[in-house]
Write a protein of this length. Structure first.
Length: 202
């Protein structure tokens, strides 16, 4: 279930300066809902800022994508070495040395940042299709050494500290499909997916 809010330009909410239609996602009401944490709080619910519908795009074969230790994702021209575009988290806390990795699916880059944001970007231009954030997490590296796993139309990641959930997000719009609250707060190892099952350490 999704709750939509129309945010007026210039409004500042938990560090987000917003001027778009924002969706708050709750676990979906389907038979494949594995949530053990359906009453979400400010630390773990999902916000989605959809800029444009996600669609398949061609890969730019003349460029290379680099996600550096400063938390900046950049595209460089392979011939000239010039930067084509760059992107980084636009909300605090932004921390360095996270070890996060990005995943490319149908030409769309899905990249997680330490502050629990995930961006979906066009690999050719860096244009944002959507950005999501899981909860309010101040002064914490909430996603560390994460590699988004995409299977069956869902993006899977695991978070840590007060958040500490497995999240299954719909790749089509970034909304929450289901989440599972973990017991242990330190979850640095990416998920694994095999035969319709999600595996994580905890």
């Amino acid at each position: 279930m999704n709750v939509r809010l129309l945010i007026c330009s210039g409004l500042l909410f938990w560090g987000w300066s917003l001027s778009a239609q924002i969706t708050i996602s709750l676990p979906s009401e389907t038979k494949e809902n594995y949530s053990n944490n359906k009453v979400l709080t400010e630390t773990d619910f999902v916000w989605t800022d959809a800029r444009k519908p996600i669609e398949s795009v061609t890969m730019d074969a003349a460029s290379i994508i680099v996600f550096d230790d400063e938390g900046v994702l950049s595209s460089f021209d392979l011939i000239t070495g010039n930067m084509n575009w760059s992107a980084q988290a636009d909300e605090p806390p932004v921390r360095k040395m996270s070890g996060n990795k990005f995943t490319i699916k149908d030409g769309v880059i899905f990249v997680p940042f330490t502050n629990c944001q995930i961006y979906a970007l066009d690999n050719r231009t860096g244009e944002v299709f959507e950005r999501t954030r899981r909860g309010r997490n101040e002064n914490r590296t909430t996603m560390k050494t994460q590699l988004p796993v995409i299977e069956g139309g869902r993006l899977f990641v695991v978070t840590q500290y007060d958040n500490r959930n497995i999240y299954a997000l719909k790749t089509v719009d970034g909304s929450l499909d289901w989440n599972y609250k973990l017991e242990y707060p330190y979850n640095h190892i990416p998920l694994a997916y095999l035969d319709g099952k999600v595996f994580t350490t905890n």
